[in-house]
Write a protein that binds this ligand. Structure first.
Ligand code: C5P
Length: 286
């Protein structure tokens, strides 16, 4: 059985507190984008969980969220694992701030729920997903959502029309735990205006959506990046804005930058410019 596993972007990402376990409480407007991996699950008779992907450096053991998803599914349902093969055709860049791994885990949970006819509700799947990673419950739902708690308290927002998007992923990755730890050290972090973003979404006001794009993890991620290299993100953003972007932002803990464009032609021109600066550039839509 196959499932498309969509990437997400954060239109806003605010940190509202630090919890006793070191996790951070969030307030984030999240949106699915039309860039996806394809996850296929096949029954085998090996008695194991096997993962195959087209990207050599992705872990194929418990460190892979998709593996954990299968393991927890069998644990929670009490079903004996006779053996499954999870094949992941990766198109979403890895360690990129696009929730690719969480989205793969969400797809595995949905597929296994269908394959074994376990009829777990979306809420039950989200409870399992929450144990895997903070973004997994969102990925089970997808769409336009306000995510709170550590990312598991989800409120649907009105969906947006298809907005052309360019995603540019610099070659390096940013560690999510490190970005959150760096945020802890920042004295007066900037906070996005989440309410203004929600209002802009309700009004389908694309210019205001562009204006209120804001991510409190940008500053700490930039500090981490700048420890080892020249940060390419400001230049990527400038290039997108020069090509007519409504707004640009780093997604999640980065380093992927997205730009929202009024017209597909502008997005395509921006992508051509960016290909001279960045290896991974995608033109897609919300
Ligand atoms: O849950 P996920 O695997 O996406 O999180 C990776 C890391 O990011 C966590 O181990 C934690 O250090 C940090 N994190 C956090 N607060 C969140 C989500 C993630 O501190 N709400």
């Amino acid at each position: 059985m196959k499932e498309k596993s969509y990437a997400k972007i954060n239109l806003t990402l605010d940190i509202t507190g630090v919890l006793p376990n070191g996790y951070h409480s969030l307030c984030s407007v999240m949106h699915s984008v039309n860039l996806y991996d394809i996850v296929t699950v096949t029954m085998t008779k090996t008695g194991t969980i096997e993962i195959k992907t087209n990207v050599s450096f992705i872990p194929t053991d418990r460190k892979n969220h998709a593996y954990r998803a299968a393991e927890l599914f069998f644990e929670e349902t009490g079903i004996k694992n006779e053996g499954i093969l999870i094949e992941i055709e990766k198109n979403i860049p890895v360690c990129a701030g696009l929730a690719g791994g969480s989205s793969n885990a969400a797809a595995v949970l949905k597929i296994l729920n269908q394959c074994y006819e376990t009829k777990l509700s979306v809420e039950q799947l989200c409870k399992i997903g929450y144990r895997i990673g903070a973004d997994v419950p969102y990925c089970i739902h997808g769409g336009t959502m306000l995510a709170e708690g550590i990312g598991e308290k989800l409120t649907p927002l009105p969906s947006l029309p298809e907005i052309p998007i360019v995603l540019a992923k610099p070659r390096f990755g940013v560690s999510t735990p490190q970005a959150f730890q760096q945020w802890d050290k920042i004295n007066q972090p900037e906070h996005p205006d989440t309410l203004k973003m929600i209002e802009a979404i309700k009004n389908k006001d694309l210019h205001s959506i562009g204006l209120y794009l804001s991510n409190t993890l940008e500053a700490p991620s930039f500090e981490i990046i700048e420890k080892t290299r020249k940060n390419p993100i400001p230049e990527i953003k400038r290039s997108m804005m020069q090509c007519g972007a409504l707004g640009t932002l780093m997604s999640g803990s980065g380093p992927t930058v997205f730009g929202l464009f009024p017209l597909m032609e502008q997005a395509e021109i921006a992508a051509e410019h960016l290909k001279t600066m960045v290896d991974d550039v995608f033109v897609t839509t919300t």
